[in-house]
Design a protein around this ligand. Structure first.
Ligand SMILES: NC(=O)c1ccc[n+]([C@@H]2O[C@H](COP(=O)([O-])OP(=O)(O)OC[C@H]3O[C@@H](n4cnc5c(N)ncnc54)[C@H](OP(=O)(O)O)[C@@H]3O)[C@@H](O)[C@H]2O)c1
Length: 263
């Protein structure tokens, strides 16, 4: 099964991607390869995950243009020159000429955003990234980045899962053509323990994980990147398309409040 696509203006990305944090070496390489064979077309990595080389080895077996690849630059490398060097080193490790999206992994108040944006804009011009975005940015930080950039800031990647209220950020994103990527979309497994979720899953013959992910990706402007190293979960997490949740069930899910206390 393949993911549906989400778009804003000229930016399009599969709504369901594979998160790779904590996958390393052979395990990461094999998982990414399996994921692509199962229909995943969107892979999320970062310098911080120390797995770009493994991701690079896995994607080498496929047509690069069929894949959507995101990487992220760490917060101590946001000065102009550092950012460019860091991005170029990522391309080497990923063994590719370009990424589809490069993100600032975390904001850094000690480094002027204008420097980072200048570097990101140049990377777009040089064809080293197709799009640029941010991660863990507040609305005001995102607003500043958008105002400084010649190219659209198409994405903010933030923690978002069932039981969290994301309305203010989502409204901002919808008004400004930004897609929101939900990281930790399963709350690292913690949201799956809720009884309401098991009841709805049983009604549709789905798993709690599928319901939690479906709740995210039916929302306008929202993508999700669950991480898994398990073959069963890889298959399960992409089976989200071609079925729908009834309004009443979505309403029950919308009302949940869940604190996962994860960072
Ligand atoms: N930008 C940022 O600052 C940031 C921060 C955190 C994460 N991220 C990105 O977001 C991705 C996902 O977030 P995450 O890794 O924190 O958490 P997550 O995807 O919410 O949860 C991953 C955990 O859920 C389990 N799992 C996966 N599918 C499942 C299923 N269908 N049923 C039951 N359990 C399941 C996994 O175990 P198994 O492996 O055993 O399946 C793993 O323990 C990361 O890998 C990374 O790419 C970004």
């Amino acid at each position: 099964m393949q993911s549906e696509i989400k778009s804003v203006k000229e930016f399009s990305v599969p709504a369901l991607g594979l998160g790779t944090w904590q996958l390393r070496g052979k395990k990461c390489e094999n998982t990414v390869r399996k994921a692509i064979n199962f229909g995943y077309r969107h892979i999320d990595t970062a310098i911080f995950y120390e797995n770009e080389e493994a991701v690079g080895r896995a994607i080498a077996d496929f047509n690069r243009e069929d894949l959507f690849l995101t990487t992220k630059v760490w917060k101590d490398k946001l000065h102009y020159r550092d950012f460019k060097r860091s991005a170029e080193a990522s391309l080497k490790r990923l063994d590719t000429d370009y990424v589809d999206l490069i993100l600032v992994h975390w904001p850094n108040p000690d480094i002027p955003t204008s420097e980072t944006i200048k570097a990101m804009n140049e990377l777009v011009k040089e064809g080293k990234t197709r799009h640029i975005g941010v991660s863990n940015f507040s609305r005001s930080q995102l607003d500043e980045a958008i105002n400084l950039s010649d190219y659209p800031i198409v994405n903010n990647q933030v923690k978002y899962h069932l039981g969290m209220d994301m309305e203010p950020m989502l409204n901002y994103c919808r008004e400004n053509d930004v897609l929101l990527t939900a990281y930790s979309p399963l709350g690292r497994g913690k949201v799956l323990e809720r009884e309401e979720l098991s009841n709805i899953a049983a009604k549709y013959g789905k798993t709690p994980g599928q319901i939690a992910l479906k709740w995210l990706i039916v929302q306008e402007n929202v993508l999700a990147i669950p991480k898994t190293g398990s073959e069963g979960h890889l298959k399960e997490n992409i089976q989200l398309f071609g079925w729908s949740l009834e309004e009443d069930d979505l309403e029950v899910l919308n009302q949940l409040k869940i604190e996962t206390h994860i960072d």
